[in-house]
Design a protein around this ligand. Structure first.
Ligand code: ATP
Ligand code: MG
Length: 777
């Protein structure tokens, strides 16, 4: 243990050794927050804290697995395996299963994914005969989701005239009823959606004090990574559970809060000090991940945000290469640039594919990248997007399996009751649904009692329904004694699913069969793995839990060496030696949908900060002058975020931009009422540098509204070097942004020379002289 603690720097060691009490670690990207959490858990265990009593909440289950592995290396696997670790959703799903009866739910409840929820909502809108163009299922679902995440139950909704009025104003006066029906349907189906996992946990902890007490006593130490992205519901759970012992350690970076659109509340981190008594705050300042160029450039970006905690991030790493900026004509050319650069880098520097990541703002951008990578035979993996488990043929198998575990699961039932076709038509399903609604029971229960209810079905249809019930029941019997692999294989064959797919001899059809094989391989892997643990049998229910709660990153099970493609949102917490941030264009990044208010724009900027700080050694920013969007070739301008980076950290790869860079003349943050379509970027003409009249302060004759600013050819800010050797403690200085201050200490030499300055406003800051914009006064 000692060895691991010694490897930490002093600032990191302190929070590790601080065993008890509430504490928060606020620090920038790459400063070792996750590492501190990991070592802290190992340390707690070495101090005699029972591993069963430590709860650690991470952003993905993959992160939890990696953490657990590190901890196993330190304290031994047998101890580490008892730790409660995972995402909020997976940890609390586990708790909800064992406490389900309190809430009237079966412990084998199904977890609906967003596809199931959407289908369910669509069904309700249809049943209520509402206009789908007004009540758009996606919008309705997202509204309901935000109610749930704010803990607004159906009852609370109907007690709140303001909410009802808001929905009525939005032309959706019956939203409350849809909400009510959705909740009822889920309940009857023994199903919870993703938001329910948090909502119901809150309900459980508030309504049943004895349950709360039980988990408060169990989880004596609670740790939360990426705390800046917790939503209100998660916040309340953490508060409740930690209330008794107050041994709560949260880590986060307000500059990386990027999930506000899903209800994350940055105030959770900003207000932590107020929530607990005697909070110890720790700050980590040294970045170990990235080069100086990347760290400093990222600092210049986040400085543009107004809502933020003041933080210092510096690194002792090398300067490294500058951030490379590349412009291409089209998105396909952008793809070719990325693929050929990866190829060259691999050859020149003997790098493996896993050293590269391509990050984008929206999933749709992956296509151009994929095409280019395929042409160069570079293996890649896409994270997110339509996941494997959501492909039709896979989901069909999974829905049968869901019925084996919980036959009341209505979404699963409706999906497969007549697939493969067995003569149970839509009219029959409709009759069943109406009866189920009438008796407030599930369709399954109606089917089981088909003889007692008069549904006006003919004898043939009744037989078919009975056959279906018998088939599912026979699967249930087999499932009692067999592992997940056996039952899945059996179900895929007995239901006729495989035979059905075999009828289709096209390449697409064959690919579907291969996918089912792939699913079976995955399940085989899972059951074998499970069987190694304490004689577990690799039960279907365990596998299904894994599938339901897998986050997009978790599907990465193989160790094949591939280039990673993912959205920036998904890349949070990860690191790669080489990172391409592609599609650096106005309206794409920042997204056109997130530019109307300052806070939206600031969130986009934080997203860019996250993207850039994933890079360890080399970052590339690429943009295309035109790209297909919504089927139309659209012109695009470089993202303002490129311009916001201090020019000294950038290297333009496309020749005519080597000499100067663009700078917006207006405060590009505030477009206010300005018609954005009128904003055009000054384009350099024929590679000639701007003439004196158009540089610095000049407006180009063609009345474009951005000014051009020359950048010092050595790439460094001129004034800083000027008194690199002159500045001493006691000097009074003026900083471009921080204002007046007094130098209190100098440290480092040469390019690493830093001044510690006490500013009149903003307190003490350590600035790297090479970059600081200072004047002696
Ligand atoms: P993010 O904000 O992106 O989540 P983080 O603050 O969680 O970043 P980590 O991922 O814990 O940072 O650490 C970043 C990198 O620096 C990791 O590769 C980690 O192993 C390394 N690192 C952290 N602390 C040290 C240290 N004291 N010595 C050497 N390497 C370190
Ligand atoms: Mg981290």
């Amino acid at each position: 243990m000692q060895k691991y603690i010694e490897q930490l720097n002093e600032a990191q060691r302190e929070p590790v050794l601080q065993k008890d009490g509430p504490m928060i670690i606020i620090a920038g990207a790459g400063s070792g927050k996750t590492r501190v959490l990991t070592i802290r858990i190992a340390y707690l265990m070495s101090q005699g804290v029972d591993s069963f009593s430590i709860l650690s909440l991470t952003f993905t289950n993959k992160a939890a697995r990696e953490m657990k592995k590190r901890i196993s290396d330190i304290v031994g696997a047998s101890e580490a395996k008892n730790l409660w670790m995972g995402t909020f959703h997976s940890v609390f799903a586990r708790i909800l299963r064992s406490e389900a009866d309190h809430l009237g739910y079966p412990s084998n409840f199904t977890i609906y994914d967003s596809q199931d929820s959407l289908r369910c909502i669509s069904g309700i809108i249809k049943e209520m005969q509402l206009d789908r163009d007004v009540y758009k299922p996606k919008q309705v679902l997202s509204r309901i989701s935000s109610y749930k995440n704010s803990l607004i139950t159906v009852k609370a909704y109907f007690n709140n005239p303001e909410l009802q009025e808001a929905d009525a104003m939005a032309k959706k006066p019956r939203l409350g009823e849809i909400y009510q029906n959705y909740v009822d349907k889920c309940f009857k189906s023994g199903a919870m959606d993703f938001d329910d996992l948090l909502l119901k946990t809150n309900e459980l902890l508030t309504r049943f004090p004895e349950v709360l007490a039980k988990y408060q006593n169990r989880f004596r130490y609670i740790l939360v990574d990426e705390y800046q992205d917790t939503n209100h519901s998660q916040y309340l759970i953490v508060r409740a559970l930690s209330d008794k012992f107050q041994n709560i350690c949260v880590v986060g970076d307000d500059a990386q809060s990027i999930y506000a659109f899903r209800g994350a509340n940055i105030n959770n981190i900003l207000n932590f000090q107020k929530d607990y008594e005697g909070v110890k705050t720790f700050r980590l300042e040294q970045n170990y991940r990235s080069t100086k160029n990347i760290v400093e450039a990222a600092n210049t970006i986040i400085d543009k945000n107004k809502i933020k905690l003041d933080k210092i991030v510096w690194t002792a790493n090398d300067f490294g290469p500058k951030i490379k900026v590349h412009r291409s004509m089209t998105d396909s050319e952008e793809g070719r640039f990325v693929a050929s650069t990866i190829w060259e880098q691999k050859m020149q520097n003997q790098l493996h594919n896993g050293a590269f990541a391509i990050l984008y703002r929206t999933n749709a951008q992956s296509r151009a990248m994929e095409d280019a990578l395929r042409k160069r035979d570079i293996p890649y993996r896409i994270y997110g997007g339509l996941s494997f488990y959501q492909r039709k043929e896979i989901k069909d198998v999974l829905c049968y399996l869901r019925l084996v575990i919980n036959p009341k699961d209505e979404e699963a039932l409706v999906r497969v009751i007549n697939y493969p076709a067995r003569g149970i038509g839509d009219t029959t399903v409709e009759k069943l649904t109406i009866a189920a609604n009438h008796y407030k029971r599930s369709i399954w229960e109606v089917m089981q009692n088909i003889d007692k209810i008069d549904l006006k079905l003919n004898a043939g249809t009744k037989n078919k329904l009975e056959d279906f019930v018998t088939m599912i029941q026979s699967f249930q019997v087999i499932n009692e004694n067999q592992d997940a692999f056996y039952i899945t294989d059996y179900v895929a064959k007995k239901t006729g699913l495989v035979q059905e797919l075999k009828k289709d001899a096209t390449p697409e059809g064959m690919a579907k069969i291969q996918n089912i094989e792939e699913l079976l391989n995955g399940i085989k892997d899972f059951t074998e793995g499970q069987k190694e643990i304490d004689g577990a049998r690799g039960a279907l229910s365990e596998f299904m839990e894994d599938v339901a709660l897998a986050t997009d990153l978790d599907k990465d099970t193989s160790d094949e060496d591939r280039v990673a493609l993912m959205t920036i949102h998904l890349a949070k917490g990860l690191e790669f030696p080489h990172v391409f941030v592609v599609g650096m264009e106005e309206d794409l990044f920042p997204s056109a949908m997130s530019m109307s208010t300052r806070s939206e724009l600031e969130e986009e900027r934080r997203l860019f900060y996250v993207a850039l700080t994933r890079a360890e050694h080399q970052a590339y920013l690429t943009y295309a002058q035109s790209r297909y969007r919504w089927g139309k070739l659209t012109d695009s301008e470089p993202s303002r975020f490129i311009e916001e980076i201090d020019g000294q950290y950038l290297e333009y790869l496309t020749p005519e931009e080597n000499n100067y860079r663009y700078k917006p003349m207006i405060d590009s943050d505030i477009f206010g009422d300005v018609d954005k379509s009128k904003l055009r970027l000054a384009k350099p003409i024929g590679g000639t540098p701007p003439s004196a009249s158009t540089s610095e302060g000049g407006v180009r004759p063609d009345s474009t509204i951005r000014k051009l600013k020359p950048v010092a050819s050595n790439g460094a800010s001129g004034n800083a070097n000027l008194f690199d050797n002159k500045l001493v403690a006691g000097n009074l200085v003026m900083h471009e942004r921080f204002g007046k201050g007094e130098v209190i200490n100098m440290e480092g030499i040469g390019a690493d020379k830093k001044a510690e300055i006490k500013f009149e406003v903003g307190g003490i800051k350590k600035l790297l002289l090479r970059f600081a914009k200072l004047d002696i006064i």
